[in-house]
Design a protein around this ligand. Structure first.
Ligand SMILES: Nc1ncnc2c1ncn2[C@@H]1O[C@H](COP(=O)(O)OP(=O)(O)OP(=O)(O)O)[C@@H](O)[C@H]1O
Ligand SMILES: [Mg+2]
Length: 258
């Protein structure tokens, strides 16, 4: 039996500045090595949920357990990968990745090995001395992924990590993510607005409903790991999730002044 790595139990969140609940009664269990994608309308609380799992935002009530331990602050077990790459423009690719290990107790040689390994995993071994400004957006995102990998976290939390990239760079990075998940057995939580990305990457897709944010439906993707976007099975999931996504929220009221 695969052990669960994340347990979210009856989570509620209301930000102090408002009295409206953002998340209500969210419970979910995530197994080690699983890729779980979250889909939901803008504002339904996806980033909030990821921030809470990462320990950056406190729960109003309920619990989040990582490996059985209650999350109260950010830990080295989980790393958040943002849409903005967050690279330091005055540091080379190598030193940007090394930056993630600055406070670690690893030896200098171990840090060096981790940096090289992380950059090799994302195919950037030949750009160690480049500055971020000399890289394409996709390459900068790969540096950010390498930086997360160098920490060797158990969990990577990704908040729309590829939203700003062109289709083919996105496809390339999606394949990198599946490779890393397979090789390193990392657990990956991915927030995305892209249904295809969710089906291509995830073992499970969780659709959230808004106002307040809650789990609406869970779809297990029973496709082999090597996925074909053009296959009938893929198309079946595309239709299923598209329909569920639309049912998860009321369409916006549009007023016509004729
Ligand atoms: N720090 C904050 N203080 C007060 N309210 C917040 C804060 N952060 C988010 N919210 C509110 O919480 C709700 C959920 O926001 P969140 O960013 O989690 O949504 P989201 O699902 O990630 O949306 P998007 O898809 O647009 O990124 C929104 O109504 C937002 O205005
Ligand atoms: Mg968000």
């Amino acid at each position: 039996m695969t052990q669960s790595i994340i347990d979210v139990q009856a989570l509620h969140k209301t930000y102090p500045s408002s009295n409206k609940a953002v998340l209500e009664n969210v419970s979910l269990t995530i197994k080690r090595g699983e890729i779980v994608a979250f889909l939901g309308k803008s504002g339904c609380g996806k980033t909030t949920l990821l921030n809470m799992i990462g320990g950056f935002e406190p729960a109003s009530s309920g619990d989040i357990l990582l490996d059985g331990e209650r999350v109260t602050k950010p830990s080295q077990k989980s790393i958040m990968l943002m849409q903005s790459y967050g690279l330091l423009p005055w540091r080379t690719v190598y030193h940007n990745v090394l930056f993630a290990l600055e406070n670690s107790t690893l030896s200098k040689a171990e840090k060096h090995t981790r940096v090289l390994k992380g950059l090799a995993l994302v195919g950037l071994s030949d750009r160690l001395n480049a500055m971020p400004s000399e890289l394409s957006g996709g390459m900068q995102q790969r540096v950010a992924i390498a930086r997360a990998l160098a920490i060797e976290p158990e969990i990577i939390l990704m908040d729309e990590p590829f939203a700003a990239l062109d289709t083919f760079t996105r496809y390339f990075l999606q394949d990198e993510i599946t490779k890393i998940n397979k090789e390193q057995h990392m657990t990956i939580l991915l927030v995305t607005h892209d249904i295809d990305e969710a089906i291509y990457l995830a073992d499970r897709v969780i659709i959230l409903a808004p106002n307040p944010g809650r789990i609406y439906k869970e779809v297990t993707i029973q496709l082999p790991r090597e996925r074909d976007r053009a296959s009938r099975d893929f198309q079946h999931y595309r239709e299923l999730i598209f329909n569920e996504f639309h049912l998860s929220h009321e369409p916006p009221a549009i007023e016509y002044n004729i």
